[in-house]
Design a protein around this ligand. Structure first.
Ligand code: PRX
Length: 635
């Protein structure tokens, strides 16, 4: 397995250098030795960041599900592929072997075909964390349909926007979902969303909570009876390397979410290769990533990366605090989890409970701990290291994005010495650059700038669905010939990277990317609101929380402010989802603006952060007088 599994630091440097010097040879070797191809490529890489256009393994043919399932059958047919751990600890876990997964994916894929879904069609998957979610994703990939998974915590409006953006004609959903002590009426949300989605002809409904729901005649069908009748055999569709595999939406600086398009071969090679190395996965290990499959972390590191390596991957339906805050630790003990991958926001929430609950469970199976989604603060890092890893399981602080498809900057456990709050070194094949505001690259160490990537990597998103110009403008226009990440970072004296946070209008709340514009759009829909501006401020558990400055049309004197706050948050929950609700809402007489009318968020951010000692020169503002008033009334 040359170069496939890195085991010590010297080897990392050696392989890294090779991957930079001869990227095409390097990735060709990885692709050649570890995957199943129907036909090999004619060309490893074709790229031009000015168009931008990137093609990996062109000419190759494959099906990713043959790599994730079929090829394991001979040697791992009875090995567990997926462990489904339900919301309630009283419900039994389900172990799905590779052979069973093969049959279930085939049945599902046959149902999709019978329902008229063809290669290239878009299928929206709005399903909670139950096995049908992973199986429907793989079933789409098996027949070449493009899956568009929408996180099942998004509102009806957010769902309909995503369905319409990529013209899905089918939605897969469930009657409802469990989330801790709550049940959620998913089908009701789908019904509401579909009122504005005329293109959707079919809705397949999985049964999960056994609730009474309305099935619309001619459109809605229960899934199980169809699966029961379907054959469990199906030859996978032959896909070209650059055929789209999926669309996944991420927030941007305008109200319209960006449908990032990921393609087949490069995505498979990179997610599989990173999974193997970043988690040092060994045969028979039990790997658990707590993310939802509705996010990129779940796509790449619950489904595709682990399954491409024949791993056992845990899917957890519930939440960290139900029935109590020991649930994660109980699951680790129960399934003897070896690699555990979660988010800083969860770590902070669990750390807040003290260490008693962690000590109660046997966590001795753990070998590697992972963190993803936002910067991990020093306190959380140490708590994770001391109480969960008992100082013997390295923490991999993995930096990456929906757009990058796979992990980009990360330690390799037992290889890269870790450093709290640092994502450390670029992964194999990744060429980061830090840029200053004038567009010059900052060379050498001990520098801080905007994080860009200089050279293509196999799993990068290829475009934004239906809007290539926006893809170019967002990622390839800020710096010449570079992919711009939207993040700031610093490089320390030994070349380790630390991500300092977003430098654009995206705020990360509890690990979720939220664009300020769509939230402001939602607030501005309120009839009493004249205008609004959202900024982030530090929060103990969420990392950042949202602070809204809202100007009312008639100064709002006649209205009860607490009621208005509730109505505004309800609007946000309806338009986007509860995750985007504001922590604080301050009503203001005006918002500070430049002479060209642009809201000066920098000033508002400082006020929200309670750091008003140095607001900079405000005399050039159009309305400097409003700043003092906002400061006086800050929450
Ligand atoms: O700001 C970075 C932050 O999350 C952003 C990407 O969010 P999303 O596309 O939702 O993907 C999250 C899961 C890959 C990045 O631009 N981010 C992600 N991981 C880290 C991070 N910030 C600091 N450290 C990380 N490890």
């Amino acid at each position: 397995m040359s170069n496939y599994h890195i085991k010590h630091l010297e080897e990392y440097y050696q392989v890294y250098r090779k991957s930079i010097r001869e990227p095409e040879n390097f990735w060709e070797e990885v692709a050649e030795e570890h995957f199943l191809w129907r036909k090999k490529w004619d060309n490893v890489l074709d790229w031009d960041f000015t168009k931008p256009e990137v093609k990996w393994f062109e000419g190759a043919q494959l099906n990713i599900t043959e790599n994730c399932i079929d090829r394991h059958l001979a040697t791992r047919g009875d090995k567990t592929a997926i462990i489904f751990e339900p919301n309630s600890p009283d419900e039994e876990a389900e172990h799905i072997t590779y052979k069973q997964l093969y049959h279930r994916v085939n049945q599902f894929a046959n149902v999709l075909k019978e329902q008229g879904i063809k290669k290239g069609d878009r299928v929206c998957i709005y399903v909670p964390m139950i096995p049908e979610l992973a199986i429907s994703v793989l079933a789409c990939a098996r027949i070449g349909a493009i899956h568009s998974v929408v996180f099942a915590g998004f509102s009806a409006k957010a769902l309909s926007t995503r369905i319409n953006d990529c013209d899905c004609n089918m939605v897969i959903t469930a009657d409802g979902s469990y989330r801790g002590a709550k049940t959620i009426d998913l089908k009701g949300i789908v019904d509401e969303a579909l009122e504005s989605c005329p293109g959707v002809k079919t809705v397949l409904v999985a049964k999960r909570i056994q609730s009474e729901i309305i099935m619309k005649e001619g459109r809605d069908t229960w899934l199980q009876p169809l699966l029961d009748k379907a054959s469990n055999q199906l030859t996978a569709e032959v896909m070209n390397a650059e055929d789209p595999l999926f669309i996944l939406y991420t927030s941007g600086s305008t109200g319209q979410p960006k449908g990032m398009v990921h393609t087949t071969a490069g995505y498979m090679v990179y997610t599989a290769y990173t999974f193997k190395n970043v988690f040092q996965y060994k045969e028979n290990d039990i790997y658990w990533c707590t993310a939802d499959i509705g996010w990129i972390t779940g796509h790449s590191y619950i489904i595709y990366g682990p399954l491409a390596n024949g791993a056992t991957t845990v899917m957890f339906e519930g939440v960290p605090h139900y029935p109590d805050f020991g649930r994660f630790w109980q699951i680790i003990e129960k399934h003897k989890v070896n690699q555990f991958y979660t988010a800083p926001t969860a770590i902070r929430a669990l750390a807040k409970q003290g260490s008693e609950l962690v000590e109660k469970y046997d966590l001795s199976s753990l070998k590697v701990l992972g963190s993803v989604g936002e910067p991990i603060n020093e306190e959380a890092w140490h708590w994770y290291n001391d109480h969960v890893g008992k100082k013997k399981s390295p923490i991999v602080d993995t930096w990456w994005q929906t757009e990058t498809g796979g992990i980009m900057i990360t330690p390799i456990p037992f290889v890269t010495p870790t450093k709290p709050t640092y994502a450390t070194l670029p992964f194999i094949g990744i060429q980061p650059a830090l840029m200053d505001e004038t567009g010059e690259e900052l060379k050498g160490n001990q520098v801080e700038g905007r994080l860009c990537i200089k050279f293509p990597w196999p799993s990068m998103a290829r475009t934004i669905w239906g809007n290539h110009q926006r893809y170019k403008d967002t990622y390839f226009s800020a710096f010449e010939n570079m992919y711009f990440t939207g993040d700031g970072a610093l490089r320390d004296e030994v070349g380790y990277y630390r991500i300092t946070g977003r430098v654009d209008d995206v705020i990360i709340v509890s690990g979720h990317n939220l664009g300020t514009a769509p939230i402001e759009d939602a607030i501005n829909e309120h009839p009493a609101v004249a205008e609004s501006a959202i900024v982030g401020f530090p929060h103990d558990i969420k990392g950042s929380a949202l602070y809204g400055f809202v100007t009312l049309k008639d100064a709002g004197e006649s209205r009860n402010h607490d009621n208005l706050r509730k109505e505004i948050n309800q609007l946000i929950a309806d338009r986007i989802g509860p995750i985007a609700k504001l922590e604080k809402i301050q009503f203001t007489e005006g918002l500070p603006k430049t002479r060209s009318g642009k809201i000066m968020r920098r000033i508002l951010r400082k006020i929200a952060e309670k750091d008003t000692s140095n607001l900079g020169d405000i005399s050039t503002l159009l309305n400097p007088e409003c700043v003092q008033d906002i400061m006086d009334k800050a929450l």
